[in-house]
Write a protein that binds this ligand. Structure first.
Ligand SMILES: Cc1ncc(COP(=O)(O)O)c(C=O)c1O
Length: 358
């Protein structure tokens, strides 16, 4: 059995977490004079009329129960962060000793893993994806300190579907890495709702050395709320809760996310629409001779290789159409990353590209 405490930093094992007023008294009461809040109210209120003068639930229990009813993951295996980016940063702080431990990432991939590693002074081992954008499982396991003292890599980040390549990795590769990697495997599923693959959440009951990240920023359409989810063994979640700032998810976010979770139909309808629009966009882009390659997408964006990425990017910007230039990223030379837009946004993009090519 995987013993997570063996790889947690000593200062985190010893940490006595901050105890907030809302931790110390949780029951019903009529007069709250324990948290130095403003007893007179607040100058603005939430859409349902609730004031904002009280600190929010530090562990977001009502929201987690609702998420649990949809995802089927128990509340004690769920962490909520100020975006997945907070969960990424916390994992570095919990597991990686600055200047000592390392992380393995598989570029080209989401840029925050490396930025978070740099902020935390954690060395980065890069094992590039293979030219077909699949995981180089052999190389990852070669550099993993099997049976060692884990002075090497304690964390391995896998992003599936991967940003910016848009593909999902083979489930067998991902499971093999979870089985063989001696540290924690973090599977970032920010784009899972657009994918044909099943979530790695299904491995959680079997493996204790993994964390699945999901977010409300993509399919749920709530990027501005900043709400990310991490699912893992209870011991990992307990350490994440111990290290996080006491009130990391604000009351407006907790309440609005609850409302969103009651409107799952909106989300499902727009996932279907995104997938239809993705297929249309792929089809039309294929007809443009300026487009050299369209990589298969399992996400809400497409990676497209064009004849002159920078000139295309600049031309689109001049028309007020912004895509992401990924042409300087290794293995993505000549590529633009295009988010799937609404039908009219996609039409505007396609018309512009047709004119540019002409
Ligand atoms: C793979 C991946 N993970 C995480 C995030 C960030 O998620 P959040 O908005 O929840 O911080 C992004 C954002 O683009 C992403 O592409």
């Amino acid at each position: 059995m995987f013993d997570v405490e063996k790889i947690i930093r000593q200062n985190i094992l010893n940490l006595k977490p901050y105890s907030s007023a809302r931790d110390e008294f949780k029951g019903e009461a009529s007069v709250f004079l324990d948290a130095n809040e403003n007893s007179f109210g607040s100058p603005v209120s939430l859409p349902l009329g609730e004031g904002l003068n009280r600190y929010p639930d530090p562990f977001q229990l009502e929201l987690k129960r609702k998420i649990s009813s949809i995802k089927g993951v128990p509340v004690q295996n769920t962490f909520l962060g100020n975006g997945s980016d907070e969960a990424i940063d916390l994992l570095f702080r919990i597991f990686c000793e600055p200047k000592v431990n390392k992380v393995i990432i598989c570029p080209p991939t989401y840029g925050m893993y490396e930025v978070s590693a740099n902020i935390n002074d954690v060395g980065v081992i890069k094992i590039n994806l293979l030219p077909n954008f699949e995981l180089d499982v052999e190389r990852v396991l070669e550099v993993s300190p099997i049976g060692g003292d884990l002075e090497g890599a304690k964390l391995l980040f896998i992003c599936s579907p991967n940003n910016p390549t848009a593909n999902s990795f083979h489930a067998d590769d991902v499971e093999l890495l979870i089985q063989k990697f001696p540290g924690i495997v973090v599977i970032d599923e920010a784009y899972i709702n657009f994918s044909k693959q099943k979530s790695a959440i299904r491995f959680l009951t079997e493996y204790e050395n993994m964390v699945v990240l999901q977010t409300f920023s993509k399919a749920w359409g709530l990027a501005a709320l900043r709400l990310g989810m991490a699912f893992a063994s209870q011991s990992i979640i307990d350490y994440m809760n111990k290290v996080k700032p006491p009130y990391n998810i604000n009351q407006a976010t907790q309440q609005l996310a609850m409302e969103a979770l009651n409107n799952i139909e909106w989300v499902n309808e727009h996932i279907r629409e995104t997938i239809t629009e993705r297929a249309n966009l792929e089809e039309k882009l294929k007809q443009n001779p300026f487009v050299e390659k369209i990589y298969p997408s399992d996400a809400n964006f497409i990676l497209v290789k064009v004849k002159d990425a920078q000139a295309t990017y600049n031309y689109l910007v001049s028309l007020g159409i912004i895509v992401r230039d990924r042409s300087k990223v290794s293995l993505c030379e000549g590529c633009l990353r295009i988010t799937v837009g609404t039908e009219s946004e996609n039409r505007a993009l396609l018309n512009a590209l047709k004119k540019f090519q002409a």
